[in-house]
Design a protein around this ligand. Structure first.
Ligand SMILES: Nc1ncnc2c1ncn2[C@@H]1O[C@H](COP(=O)(O)OP(=O)(O)O)[C@@H](O)[C@H]1O
Ligand SMILES: [Mg+2]
Length: 344
């Protein structure tokens, strides 16, 4: 065989996509090793290719420029995989076929669609609340008692805040992924960051009859951090504590100094997190199987908290035991004393 032809055949051997040639009768005349592996057949040669596809229930996806693209399910290690088969006619009534395992792409597409559905779902709740309140205002604004108007304004603001929080989380998740996430750390007050977060989470705690206890000693107040970001960390963690714990429980926020850092803990009396899921909590989109059905969410909060805390030189960890609640600890560098700051 001429050298070029040998190299060509070798390239087919090394290829990860399956390649098959069928003869004038539609039977497989040659196939590279990947074709055998992907189709899971020991005897491919001589088989009618269309019959093989028939068995796997292939359906046509598209037909362009003389290529026929089909997809089929096939058994893979644990569950079904997706195969894409592209068939191209060759001169003399023969044909070339490539078979490719596209399970990973199909899975990604499914996750993306699922994610879009969840985003839409998450947006709908505050938007419906917003519209309902606006409708009342539009109908009765002239006759409405002042207290009623104030209550409605409160609801409108909360819905607005919730939407803002959601959109910020989405944008942050995007910039973390793109590597453009930024924080602006400076001397700031932990107490102040927390009180800003409370404006956001208080209604949620109230609606579930949950109590928030804070232990913030004065020496653990000043940190080197982006205050708006610290607020975001508190908002995410307290939202989790409230959302995943039952009604009437207590949420505790505690801070203490330790080795040049302030260590903050947000603890709840919720269901806890199974041990086998604990190392995945900071992954984007990860949501525990326990909560997925019962509470909304996008699985972004903890990933964002970690990005914020890490960007400021701190660390974040979860301590949880099923049935015994969850504690999230994070650290922020302690700011030097005010007098020292002023001194240089
Ligand atoms: N305080 C908590 N108690 C129980 N489970 C929690 C708690 N905080 C987080 N989790 C689990 O971690 C997952 C990821 O949390 P997060 O990143 O905030 O996303 P989301 O809250 O949108 O699901 C949650 O879906 C839940 O399964
Ligand atoms: Mg959350």
């Amino acid at each position: 065989m001429p050298l070029a032809q040998v190299a060509f055949a070798e390239a087919f051997v090394a290829l990860t996509d399956g390649i098959l040639l069928t003869d004038t009768t539609g039977r497989v005349a040659s196939a590279n090793p990947a074709a055998f592996r992907i189709l899971g057949e020991e005897k491919l040669l001589g088989q009618v290719f269309e019959e093989l596809l028939l068995i796997s229930g292939a359906t046509t996806v598209e037909q362009t420029d003389g290529h026929l693209v089909r997809r089929a399910w096939f058994p893979r290690e644990e569950r079904m995989g997706v195969l894409e088969i592209v068939s191209t006619p060759l001169p003399g009534n023969r044909a070339a076929h490539t078979v490719r395992d596209v399970t990973a792409q199909a899975e990604l597409l499914r996750l993306k669609e699922e994610f879009l559905m969840e985003v839409a779902h998450e947006l709908r709740t505050p938007i419906s609340a917003l519209i309902a309140s606006l409708d009342l205002v539009v109908e009765d604004v002239l006759t409405m008692p002042r207290e009623e108007l104030e209550r409605l304004a409160g609801t409108l603001r909360r819905s607005g805040l919730r939407l803002e929080h959601l959109v910020e989380n989405l944008l942050d998740a995007g910039s973390i992924e793109a590597g453009t996430f930024q924080v602006r750390a400076g001397p700031s007050s932990l107490r102040h960051a927390l009180s800003e977060a409370l404006a956001f989470v208080q209604p949620m705690l109230e609606s579930k009859g949950q109590r928030l206890t804070t232990v913030l000693p004065p020496d653990a107040d000043r940190v080197m951090a982006d205050e708006r970001r610290t607020t975001q960390v508190f908002a995410n963690l307290i939202t989790n504590a409230s959302r995943y714990a039952p009604e009437g429980t207590e949420v505790t926020v505690r801070a203490a100094t330790a080795d040049g850092f302030v260590r903050v803990t947000v603890a709840d009396e919720g269901p806890g997190i199974p041990a086998d899921e604990q190392n995945r909590l900071f992954q984007r989109f990860f949501r525990s199987r326990q909560v997925r059905e019962q509470a909304g969410g996008l699985g972004l909060g903890l990933a964002i908290c970690r990005a914020i805390v890490h960007a400021q030189g701190g660390d974040i960890a979860i301590e949880s035991e099923p049935g015994r609640g969850t504690s999230v600890h994070f650290t922020l560098p302690k700011a030097r004393h005010l007098a020292e700051e002023a001194g240089d």
